[in-house]
Design a protein around this ligand. Structure first.
Ligand SMILES: [Cu+2]
Length: 621
C-alpha cells in the first residue's frame, strides 16, 4: 500500500509557509505632496414604496458622456446617469424591488453580487433571459443578510463594468449598527476602480479597445498580456473620478469621531491594497464581503522590502497580506477610520501595487507567443486614494468627552459567525483553474475554471505527487455541456478545492451562496522550500476570494489549492429569512423561459471570466 500524505478536507499539511527570508525590511519612502479635490460619493437611490419593509426603486442603464478624468469627456455607461450608480440603502428583511430599464445599445442583466437571491433573480446569463435593448425587467427578492454588496451587469461583463455600470447595495442590520455606534451620516461608500482610456491625441478620452474583442486592433503580444493580466486601467478611479498626485479627494473628518468606510473593488483586473500613510490616525478592518467579522482588526501599515524575485532587486510594498488590506476584483471591505490629530493635519489612505503574477508576452525564434515568468509587477509607486483631513471640531462641550477617543467594540456582532462544518462523507468539489498558451496569430487565449466531477484526478495527482496530466482537456464556459457543472443538493455543506495551476493570481466567486476559507496549500514537486500551508486570516463569510498563483515554476508540477466550506441552504438564518427549496434549486445550463439554468462560479478578473474561466453549480432537491 502506498502511503499518502494526509488530505483531510479542511487541513493541509501543517508546514509553516516559508516566506522568503531574503525580503528584508527597509524604511518607508517619504510621502509625496498632492493636490486636493472634494470627496464625492454616489447618490442614494430613491425608495418609492410607502411600505417601510419594501425598498422599491428604478434603475435605468444608459450611455452617458462623463469625465473620469477632469476636462476629458468619455462616452461611458451608467445607472441613472452617474458612475457609480445610486446606492441602495436597505435593511435585513426588506423586500427589494428594482424596475430595471435597459436603454443601452446592447442586451444586459443585473447581478446582485454577494446577495443570496432566489435562483431566477441572480441576474447571471444562466439564471435569466438577458434584458434586450429597450427592455424592462423586474427584480424582486428579500434581503436576507447584512453586508456591503454591489450590483453590476452579468453579460458582456468586462466591457459593461469597465464602462461604468456598477453601484452599491447596502443591507443593514440595526443591531450591528447600534453596537458599532457610528452615525449613518458618518458612513462613506468608496468604489475602487480603474479605466483604460485611449490617451493618444486623436483618441483622447475614448475607452480603449477590449482585448476580448478579437476584431479590435491589437498586436498579438499586447492582446495576450491584456487577457493574461486582465485589463489594467491607465487611470485609477475613486467613485468614478480619477485620483492621481494632481488630484486627491479630501475626506473631511472630525478628530476622534469614527467613520465607517464601505469599499468595493469594481475594477476588471487591479488588486487594491490599502493602508494609511504616516500621521495621527487609526484604521480598523471590521468586515468584508458578507458583513461584519466577529472582531475588529487594526490595519497594519505596509512597509517596503526588497523584491529579490524581480530583475532589479527593487523596493516593493511588502506582499505579506497580513499587512494593509487587500481587495481583489469584486471584493468588499468595511473599515473604521478614526483620526486623532490636530485640526488641519491630514493622513493619506494610499493604494499599493501587489505582485499578482503579471505576465509579459514575447515571441520566440520559432514565432510562438510565450509568457515570461518574471515578476515585473509589485513595484509601481503608491497611489494616494484619499486625503483624510481633520477639520476643526465643532465646539459642542457636552459631546466632547464621548468623542475623545473611539475604539471599536470588542464584540462586533451579537450573532457571531460560526464555523461551517463540512460533511466528511461527501467528497470535495475540485475546481481547476488554468489557461491555454496564446494563439501566435492574434494573441488570444482561453481560460477555464473546470470542475473535476468525481474523476478524482486531483486526488491522484496530490496523493502520489505526480505531475498533472498534460493531456487534460479543458472546457472553457462557452464549450460546457449541461452535465459539466457540479451537482450538489440543498442542505449539503461541502468543500470547494480551488486549484490554481497558473503563474498568476485569480479569484473565485460563487453566486447565491457564501463560503468560509479553510486553508491554502502551496505544492511544488520540484522545490520543497516553496511548499507550505496558510491558515485563513480570520473566520468570516466571503463570496469572492483571492486564489494565489502557484509557488513554483513548472506547469503541472506546482499548484496552489484554496479550500473553502460552503453550505447550500440558508438554515443558519432565522426561518423567516430563508429561501425556499424551490428558490435554491437550479441547473442544467440552458435556462427555460423564467427559470434558472444554474448558479455560476467564476474568476472575477473580468477578462478571465469573459474568456471562459467560469462554470456552474446545479443544485438539486
Ligand atoms: Cu482569473
Amino acid at each position: 500500500m502506498t502511503p499518502t500524505p494526509a488530505r483531510s478536507p479542511s487541513v493541509c499539511r501543517a508546514i509553516a509557509r516559508a516566506l522568503p527570508a531574503v525580503l528584508a525590511a527597509v524604511p518607508l519612502g517619504a510621502q509625496s505632496a498632492a493636490a486636493i479635490v472634494a470627496f464625492t460619493q454616489p447618490p442614494l437611490a430613491a425608495d418609492h414604496s410607502p411600505d417601510p419593509r419594501v425598498f422599491e426603486t428604478v434603475l435605468t442603464a444608459t450611455e452617458v458622456d462623463i469625465e473620469f478624468v477632469p476636462g476629458v469627456r468619455t462616452r461611458a455607461m451608467a445607472f441613472n446617469g452617474t458612475i457609480p450608480g445610486p446606492t441602495i440603502d436597505a435593511q435585513v428583511g426588506d423586500t427589494l424591488i428594482v424596475h430595471f430599464v435597459n436603454m443601452l445599445p446592447e442586451a444586459t442583466t443585473l447581478h446582485w453580487h454577494g446577495v443570496a437571491t432566489p435562483a431566477t433573480m441572480d441576474g447571471s446569463q444562466l439564471s435569466q433571459v438577458p434584458v434586450p435593448r429597450s427592455g424592462y425587467h423586474r427584480y424582486e427578492f428579500t434581503l436576507n443578510s447584512a453586508g456591503t454588496f454591489w450590483y453590476h451587469p452579468h453579460l458582456n461583463t468586462n466591457e459593461q463594468v469597465e464602462r461604468g455600470l456598477y453601484g452599491a447595495l447596502i443591507v443593514r442590520d440595526p443591531r450591528h449598527d447600534a453596537a458599532l455606534g457610528i452615525e449613518r451620516a458618518d458612513e462613506r461608500v468608496l468604489f475602487l476602480d480603474d479605466v483604460k482610456l485611449d490617451d493618444t491625441l486623436d483618441g483622447r478620452g475614448r475607452i480603449a479597445p477590449f482585448a476580448t474583442d478579437l476584431g479590435a486592433p491589437f498586436e498579438p503580444w499586447q492582446r495576450a498580456e491584456d487577457l493574461a493580466n486582465s485589463r489594467i486601467g491607465n487611470h485609477v478611479l475613486l467613485n468614478g473620478r480619477e485620483v492621481s498626485l494632481a488630484s486627491v479627494p479630501a475626506l473631511d473628518v472630525v478628530a476622534g469621531r469614527p467613520y465607517r468606510l464601505r469599499l468595493v473593488n469594481a475594477s476588471n483586473g487591479r488588486i487594491f491594497r490599502l493602508d494609511l500613510g504616516d500621521g495621527d490616525a487609526r484604521l480598523y478592518a471590521i468586515g468584508s464581503d458578507q458583513g461584519l467579522w466577529n472582531a475588529a482588526e487594526p490595519v497594519v501599515q505596509i512597509d517596503k522590502v526588497r523584491n529579490v524575485l524581480g530583475h532589479h532587486n527593487e523596493l516593493i510594498s511588502n506582499p505579506d497580506v497580513r499587512k494593509g488590506v487587500t481587495l481583489t476584483p469584486g471584493d468588499r471591505l468595511e473599515l473604521v477610520l478614526v483620526a486623532d490629530g490636530a485640526a488641519g493635519s491630514s493622513v493619506i489612505l494610499r493604494s499599493h501595487d501587489f505582485i499578482k503574477g503579471k505576465h509579459t508576452a514575447y515571441r520566440d525564434p520559432e514565432g510562438n507567443l510565450l509568457f515570461g515568468h518574471d515578476h515585473f509587477d509589485g513595484a509601481e509607486p503608491e497611489v494616494p486614494m484619499v486625503a483624510v483631513t481633520i477639520t476643526a471640531a465643532t465646539p459642542t462641550p457636552a459631546a466632547a468627552p464621548a468623542a475623545a477617543r473611539y475604539e471599536p467594540p470588542a464584540v462586533l456582532r451579537a450573532d457571531p459567525v460560526a464555523p461551517l462544518v463540512p460533511d466528511p462523507a461527501l467528497p470535495p468539489l475540485p475546481v481547476i483553474l488554468g489557461h491555454s498558451q496564446p494563439n501566435p496569430a492574434d494573441g488570444s487565449l482561453m481560460f477555464f475554471l473546470q470542475v473535476d466531477r468525481g474523476a478524482d484526478l486531483l486526488d491522484a495527482v496530490h496523493a502520489h505527487r505526480t505531475a498533472f496530466p498534460a493531456d487534460y482537456e479543458p472546457r472553457p464556459m462557452m464549450k460546457q455541456r449541461a452535465d459539466d457543472g457540479f451537482a450538489v443538493r440543498v442542505g449539503e455543506t461541502r468543500v470547494f478545492e480551488v486549484v490554481n495551476f497558473t503563474g498568476n493570481d485569480h479569484n473565485f466567486h460563487v453566486h447565491g451562496f457564501r463560503f468560509q476559507h479553510l486553508d491554502t496549500e502551496y505544492v511544488d514537486l520540484d522545490e520543497p522550500a516553496n511548499e507550505g500551508c496558510e491558515a485563513p486570516l480570520r473566520l468570516a463569510f466571503e463570496d469572492t476570494i483571492r486564489i494565489p498563483r502557484r509557488p513554483g515554476f513548472s506547469l503541472g508540477r506546482s499548484y496552489t489549492i484554496v479550500r473553502l466550506a460552503a453550505r447550500f441552504d440558508d438554515d443558519d438564518l432565522p426561518a423567516e429569512l430563508r429561501r425556499t427549496r424551490q428558490e435554491l434549486v437550479a441547473g442544467g445550463l440552458a435556462p427555460g423561459p423564467t427559470t434558472s439554468g444554474g448558479w455560476v462560479l467564476h474568476c472575477h478578473f473580468l477578462e478571465h471570466s469573459a474568456r471562459g474561466m467560469m462554470s456552474f453549480l446545479s443544485v438539486g432537491r
